[in-house]
Each structure stands twice: as structure tokens, then as C-alpha cells.
Design a binder for this molecule. Structure first.
Ligand SMILES: NC(=O)c1ccc[n+]([C@@H]2O[C@H](COP(=O)([O-])OP(=O)(O)OC[C@H]3O[C@@H](n4cnc5c(N)ncnc54)[C@H](OP(=O)(O)O)[C@@H]3O)[C@@H](O)[C@H]2O)c1
Length: 268
């Protein structure tokens, strides 16, 4: 199926690793002109070089998205290279310390998570939306988490709350801009084996000396993932590309769970 993405200008935040890296590679393979983003220039350049070697077009847009200056640096790099965007994937996020609980989380942690996860999405949307409206076409995707919809005692409360705000933001914006040919959707991953996931699980006391394969098998059982295993970044990237496609014109305001069936409620 031709997704109609050839020549579209796409920024995937947090695309130097994990789900973002798989997504930026997928969009580039579909012919999109992509901006690879992260704080780490070396990793960003390695991914951009791979994309170019495969015949694609990739630029770098570096910056710490937990700050206003960092967001502005990313915006400036994208504007200089592309003069606007057709596709904005707000994937960068996470938490500096996902093991925090109510006992040790502080208000400052909440604000820090809000700046990175929701603040960056808000700032980038505010900047790129007018251009999408003017061209009457755009795709905006946020990344939430099953922590937002099924918060558990062992996961960080501020991360869960902040990720929930991204689903609400998605719904509200989707209704506002649908008549301009812009779709706004959210992707909610379950447990996906990425660097941030590994940082989290390998610090949990029972797992500190265990190989990652054993940890993943144990957690897939404990979390009762119906598919029987954790996800890989490549399990999510094609779905993101489809949401960006011309075929997905009428799909907006959706919160798409990609979690191997782990969510135990019906999506409303
Ligand atoms: N993996 C999971 O199980 C899971 C589950 C639910 C939700 N999610 C969500 O899915 C998204 C992707 O997660 P992932 O697991 O793929 O993460 P990951 O592998 O840790 O990658 C995170 C990416 O975000 C970038 N990043 C992190 N902090 C940043 C900052 N302050 N400024 C700019 N860039 C920053 C990193 O780039 P640099 O290191 O180059 O800065 C990296 O490219 C996140 O929003 C996460 O919350 C993941």
C-alpha cells in the first residue's frame, strides 16, 4: 500500500533511540523527508546517515525539549531545512527516574515531567500548526503510556498524570483542527523493550543481576500481556506511519493502544 508520504516533511522527536528511531526510519522508508531529533548528536547523525545511505533525506534537529530554549533550537533547525512541517510526531518523553513512587516524588519532578512530555508537545504544536492550517494538511501524533490509563502502584505518579494530559490535549486539538485537513491522534504503548524501559526494569531490586531476556519473560507473565511477550519499537512504527498517511484522513482524536492486548478495559 502506498501511504502517500513521499516528500512529506516530518519531525519525530526523540528519534535517536527506541520507538522514535524506528518511527523516523519507517517514515523515511516511505519517502518522507525527516528530521532526526534528540540531545545526542552522535546517535542522531548515525541514524540520519543510515537513512541517507538508503536513499532517503534526513536532517538533524537537536535540543533538550524540557526547556523553552531547547524547543526553540529544534524549531529553528526544522524551519531552516524544511520551512515548516507536514507531520509532527511528539514521541520524546519519559521520566528521569521512572522508579519514583508517591513516597519520594516531588512537585519539581512533576513539573520536570510536564515540561518534557507535555510542554514540548504544546510548544511544537503551537509553532507548526499555523503552517499546517495554511496548507490544509497536517498530521500530529502524541505518545502517551498505559501508565496514563492503567496507573500502577510501582510506576511514577507524575509520569502517569502527565501522560494522561497528552490524551486530553489530543482529543481537544483534534476537534479544533479537523476542518483544516489536520488529524491529531495519540499512540499509547504498553511495555516496549527500549533503552528507557531497560533503565527502569534493570534497576528494580529483584532484577538487578538478571539478563534482560529473563526479565522480559518474567514481566510479560506478571503483567499478563496476552500476546505473551513485550513489544519491540518496530511493532509500533508502521502504525504511526499509517496514522500519518493519506489513507488515515478520517482517523482523528483516537487513542491507539499498542500493547499486545495488555489494557484490560474497552477503549472509550
Ligand atoms: N518503552 C516503553 O515501554 C514505553 C511505554 C509507554 C510509553 N512510552 C513512551 O514512548 C515514547 C518513546 O519511548 P522510548 O521507550 O522509545 O524511549 P527511549 O528509548 O528512552 O528514547 C527516548 C528518546 O527521547 C529523547 N529524549 C529523552 N529526553 C529528552 C529531552 N529532555 N530532550 C530531548 N530529547 C529527549 C532521547 O534522545 P537523546 O538521548 O538523544 O536525548 C531518545 O531519542 C516516550 O514518550 C515514552 O514515554 C514508552
Amino acid at each position: 500500500m502506498d501511504l502517500g508520504l513521499a516528500g512529506k516533511r516530518a519531525l519525530v522527536t526523540g528519534s535517536t533511540a527506541g520507538i522514535g528511531a524506528a518511527t523516523v526510519r519507517e517514515l523515511a522508508a516511505e519517502g518522507a523527508r525527516v528530521a532526526v531529533h534528540g540531545r545526542n548528536a552522535e546517535r542522531a547523525e548515525a541514524i540520519a546517515a543510515d537513512i541517507r545511505a538508503a536513499g532517503g533525506e534526513a536532517i538533524l534537529a537537536l535540543g533538550d525539549l524540557s526547556t523553552r530554549d531547547g524547543c526553540n533550537a529544534v524549531i529553528a533547525a526544522v524551519e531552516a531545512a524544511f520551512g515548516g512541517l507536514d507531520i509532527l510526531v511528539n514521541n520524546a518523553g519519559g521520566s528521569e527516574n521512572p522508579s519514583r513512587t508517591w513516597a519520594d516524588v516531588e512537585w519539581e519532578d512533576f513539573l520536570e515531567n510536564f515540561e518534557l512530555n507535555t510542554g514540548s508537545a504544546f510548544r511544537l504544536i503551537k509553532h507548526f500548526l499555523p503552517g499546517m492550517k495554511a496548507q490544509k494538511w497536517g498530521r500530529i501524533i502524541q505518545f502517551s503510556s498505559t501508565g496514563a490509563t492503567m496507573p500502577a502502584a510501582h510506576t511514577e505518579p507524575s509520569y502517569n498524570a502527565v501522560k494522561a494530559s497528552l490524551i486530553t490535549l489530543t482529543t481537544s486539538l483534534s476537534k479544533t483542527v479537523a476542518r483544516h485537513g489536520i488529524t491529531v491522534n495519540c499512540v499509547t504503548p504498553g511495555a516496549v523493550d527500549t533503552p528507557v524501559y531497560r533503565k527502569f526494569v534493570t534497576n528494580l531490586p529483584p532484577f538487578q543481576d538478571k539478563p534482560i531476556e529473563e526479565i522480559n519473560r518474567t514481566l510479560a507473565k506478571r503483567w499478563a500481556i496476552p500476546a505473551g511477550h513485550l513489544g519491540e519499537p518496530e511493532d509500533l512504527a508502521p502504525a504511526v506511519a499509517f496514522l500519518c498517511s493519506g489513507q488515515a484522513d478520517w482517523i482523528t482524536g483516537v487513542n491507539l493502544r499498542i500493547d499486545g492486548g495488555m489494557s484490560y478495559f474497552i477503549n472509550t
